[in-house]
Design a protein around this ligand. Structure first.
Ligand code: ZN
Length: 206
């Protein structure tokens, strides 16, 4: 008997993406995996092996473990308004990839994002303004909406949200040589995605 068959397959970026896609399909079908969380606590207490890191918005509807039907110990879940990148976010991603061995980074924006709306409406609030400044950088890249370029135009907001995701991906690759080198060699992948809050549906971009 081939004993190799008894071991789980080696994690790869494509397998990690596949696991997220499978979990999302279960979420969408309403057939989430039945598992004991307390059992998962026991299984992961010494050696968790999270296979992916997901940078997404803190929006209450965008909970990565739920959307991708993952459990304790499965993923790094980094959430911040507008899924913007900063030095500490980069450091967290580098930990996930270079130290903990995750094979996939997903940057996931979402429709009807309050942070993007706030950026489009030039909201100014104490510390929030600095965060929204990061999102605002993507606004001039949006060239198709001419009539209403405010947070009231849902189509405009969602297009800016997509551009903001791509900007975060670009920043990760430009500002972390650790991540860029692993991505260049194919050891990891960095994948942009959007979550539609009205459909409960994730779209991964190539
Ligand atoms: Zn949001």
């Amino acid at each position: 008997m081939d004993t190799k068959l008894q071991h789980p397959p080696e994690m790869t970026p494509d397998l990690a993406l596949h696991l997220l896609q499978d979990g999302h399909e279960r979420f969408q079908n309403g057939h989430t995996a039945r598992r004991s969380l307390l059992q998962k606590v026991q299984e992961t207490k010494d050696e968790p092996r999270p296979f992916a890191a997901i940078l997404s918005c803190m929006d209450s509807r965008v909970a990565a473990e739920l959307i991708f039907d993952q459990s304790i110990g499965d993923i790094f879940n980094i959430r911040i308004a507008g899924n913007v990148v900063s030095q500490h976010i980069l450091g967290s991603l580098e930990y996930a990839i270079a130290t903990a061995g995750a094979k996939l980074i997903v940057v996931m924006g979402h429709t009807s994002c309050g942070a993007v709306k706030g950026a489009c409406n030039h909201v100014m609030i104490e510390n929030l303004s600095g965060l929204l400044r990061e999102v605002k950088i993507s606004i001039p890249q949006e060239l198709t909406e001419n009539d209403d370029r405010t947070g009231e135009n849902e189509s405009f907001v969602n297009k800016v949200a997509v551009l903001n995701v791509y900007r975060s991906v670009q920043q990760i690759l430009e500002q972390s040589s650790t991540i860029r080198q692993l991505a260049d060699s194919g050891e990891i992948k960095v994948v942009p995605a959007m979550y539609d809050v009205s459909l409960g549906q994730v779209t991964f971009y190539p």
